[in-house]
Design a protein around this ligand. Structure first.
Ligand SMILES: [Zn+2]
Length: 414
């Protein structure tokens, strides 16, 4: 009997123990459900996952605090916490993202706004916005422009004269725009009204002694600047470099040297540098109305705010290059002295002179370091310029200038 009672007591005890154990299990499960809703910073859970290190946990903890702080500041409902694995993966994505960003999106990197992904942790924003070396020096050294392509550009442009406001000037702008887009650039056309007839020989704000205007017979109207942009690969980058050339002519010539040559060099530099990412913003500007007292470039510079002007580290203009004969291209500045823009050409043995009037002067007037790459016209015995004809273009000279400008640009972009 005692044995039976003892056995019954034992059974009762076993049942109680089983009940107690079961209730612990049930309570335990509901507790785990609760913990699944708590923030991901749970060192106990993390300890059970050997792949998570203390550093990872600390990093998560910091990010989580930032998210909470941000939510409090903006009074937004709390953001759902990301699964732990995602949080751990994000820093890695940020590190590798730097490489893939550079290699896959060279010409048109993401606009700054799109790259500010809210889901990315603060480590991305904390990346230094300093210069990163994107361009291999060997690629710069081995760069070689195509003189035949430049000759083709000159040939097309010189089929007509392109005076300010003419349909030929507009058609040239449209053709160049398509070409630049085919290289991968974002482009825009800046139209501007001009007055020739009512201005004539008086009240010109740019005069420093002498008025000049080679298209005085043109009716008043509108002309246009063509703008092609390569955004920097670093969203916070502020510096801008400009390469410019005018594509209009006077009413006396089809302008092979002045200035289809400069346009051809600009287009070839744009083509050869299109695939390289850049630390700075690059703008290729093709000005209309240069032969009317720098109309296009004056309009462009006037359209910039003070802040935008300050961002421009150098403006490099191309006007009259590649004429056959003994004269070589020089760097023209407003006073014949070296300026900050000239310093970009320090690797080249090229003379600095007082520049002939051209679009670089609109930038000079706005205190922007500017120069014009130009060649003094070759003169016949009478002191007269020789005809401005494509037959007088020396394509080897075009290539020398284009190679130099392309390399200077890449060295500034890298
Ligand atoms: Zn010119």
């Amino acid at each position: 009997m005692n044995k039976i009672m003892a056995a019954n007591k034992l059974k009762l005890l076993q049942s109680i123990i089983i009940l107690v154990v079961l209730s612990f299990i049930i309570i335990g499960c509901s507790h785990s459900k609760d913990t699944a809703l708590t923030p991901i910073i749970d060192t106990t859970t993390s300890d059970k996952t050997p792949s998570v290190t203390t550093d990872d946990i600390n990093a998560l903890s910091k990010d989580e605090n930032k998210m909470v702080d941000a939510n409090e500041r903006t009074s937004l409902p709390p953001r759902p916490t990301a699964p732990k694995e995602d949080c751990k993966r994000i820093p890695n994505t940020a590190t590798t993202g730097k490489t893939s960003f550079v290699s896959t999106d060279k010409v048109n990197p993401l606009p700054a706004d799109e790259s500010k992904n809210e889901a990315l942790p603060s480590t991305v924003a904390a990346e230094p916005a300093n210069k990163m070396v994107f361009i291999n020096q060997d690629d710069i050294n081995s760069l070689s422009t195509d003189e035949n392509k430049m000759m083709n550009t000159i040939e097309k442009l010189t089929l007509t004269m392109r005076p300010i406001g003419s349909k030929e000037e507009k058609a040239a702008c449209a053709d160049l725009k398509l070409e630049l887009e085919s290289y991968g650039y974002q482009t825009g056309v800046q139209e501007f009204p001009y007055i020739v007839q009512s201005v004539k020989l008086r009240n010109i704000p740019f005069t420093e002694g002498k008025f000049w205007d080679f298209n005085i017979s043109q009716p008043d109207g509108t002309s246009q600047n063509l703008i092609a942009v390569k955004k920097p690969a670093i969203p916070d980058a502020k510096d801008v470099i400009i390469v410019s050339a005018h594509y209009d002519t006077t009413v006396h010539t089809t302008g092979a040297i002045d200035n289809a040559s400069g346009v051809a060099v600009l287009m070839e530099v744009a083509r050869k540098t299109a695939s390289f990412p850049s630390n700075i913003e690059v703008r290729f500007l093709l000005f209309g109305g240069e032969e009317n007292y720098l109309y296009g470039s004056r309009y462009y510079v006037n359209s910039l705010s003070d802040n935008e002007r300050r961002r421009i580290i150098a403006a490099i203009n191309l006007d009259c290059v590649g004429e056959e004969g003994p004269n070589l291209a020089t760097l023209g500045t407003n006073n014949g002295k070296e300026n900050e823009a000239c310093k970009l050409f320090a690797d080249y043995d090229i003379q600095i002179d007082r520049g002939a009037m051209s679009d670089y002067y609109s930038f000079v007037k706005a205190d922007i370091p500017a120069l014009t790459v130009a060649q003094y016209p070759v003169l016949v015995g009478t002191g007269q310029e020789l005809p401005d004809d494509i037959a007088r273009i020396d394509k080897a000279k075009l290539k020398t200038v284009a190679d130099m400008v392309a390399k200077v640009l890449l060295n500034t972009m890298k």
